[in-house]
Design a protein around this ligand. Structure first.
Ligand SMILES: NC(=O)c1ccc[n+]([C@@H]2O[C@H](COP(=O)([O-])OP(=O)(O)OC[C@H]3O[C@@H](n4cnc5c(N)ncnc54)[C@H](OP(=O)(O)O)[C@@H]3O)[C@@H](O)[C@H]2O)c1
Length: 242
């Protein structure tokens, strides 16, 4: 569970532990890749910065040495930054810096994690789940950099889905709308009433692991609506051919 200390990551880790999976969580907060578990229910808490290739590769190496077999990698790391409205030319440098940060964590991080863990998942015909966002398919100037990075992240995930089908790995996106927690409070303080609970996202993740509905499936979650499914692979890279 990469990003397992965050709002959605912690809920997913807890839900998986409750379903008797062995869970390793990782994020930047831990001291080093060899940290030991502080919570009895978790196998381990490990350090990783998904924007750093050396750190991602050290995590994959540590998992290879200590925690195989690995069945599922869930990537829920990353944050959002609000965008000031009416940005003029004088804000261009600030804007470029923001989009560079968002792209590094959501797109670069997804590609680094996917590439490092492909060999381990291939050993078990495993599952790769990435938490994207409904923001990827909506136009909102208040989160332009974040939403653009999430759209590119979905594209990267769809490409992996096509490429990895030959290894028997199933690749999924879960795209929540607003989820209550600190990230939402920072971006949209008034949205709490219509937000999903982190546990709703965790349920969708557990469902995917239990049912494996077909590689490239995207589950969109909206508050008070049933999850919707679509095929991310459509017209893009089905079976690696497109
Ligand atoms: N909350 C929402 O409303 C919402 C809605 C749709 C989609 N999402 C998506 O869901 C994911 C998680 O959101 P959240 O609300 O759970 O956010 P969160 O509470 O801010 O948690 C983010 C997690 O990512 C980790 N992280 C951040 N940068 C990292 C890096 N470079 N390397 C490794 N770990 C890193 C953080 O831990 P450290 O600080 O220890 O690294 C933390 O565990 C994000 O991808 C977000 O885009 C959220």
């Amino acid at each position: 569970m990469i990003g397992g200390t965050g709002t959605i990551g912690a809920a997913c880790a807890q839900a998986l532990v409750e379903r008797e999976h062995s869970v390793v969580v990782a994020s930047r907060s831990f001291k080093d890749v060899k940290s030991s578990p502080e919570e009895a229910d978790l196998e381990a808490r490990l350090a990783v910065d998904i924007t750093d290739p050396v750190s991602v590769s050290a995590l994959a190496q540590h998992i290879t040495t200590h925690f195989l077999p690995l069945d599922v990698v869930i990537l829920t790391a990353g944050g959002a930054e609000a965008e000031p409205l009416h940005c003029g030319a004088d804000h261009a440098a600030e804007r470029l810096a923001r989009i560079t940060r968002m792209t590094a964590v959501h797109v670069g991080g997804t590609v680094l994690v996917g590439s490092a863990f492909l060999p381990l998942l291939a050993l078990r015909r495993g599952i790769f789940i990435v938490i994207t966002s409904r923001a990827a398919s909506r136009h909102d100037p208040r989160v332009l950099s974040y939403a653009a990075a999430k759209a590119a992240q979905e594209h990267a995930v769809a490409t992996f889905a096509g490429e990895w089908a030959q290894h028997g790995i199933d690749v999924f996106c879960v795209a929540p709308g607003k989820v209550s927690g600190p990230l939402l409070r920072a971006l949209a303080p008034d949205a709490g009433g219509t937000a999903l609970r982190p546990a709703d996202v965790a349920d969708a993740v557990c469902d995917l692991i239990a049912t494996r509905p077909g590689t490239g499936t995207k589950i969109t979650l909206r508050a008070r609506h049933l999850p919707e499914r679509e095929q991310l692979l459509a017209d893009r890279c089905e079976g690696g051919r497109g």
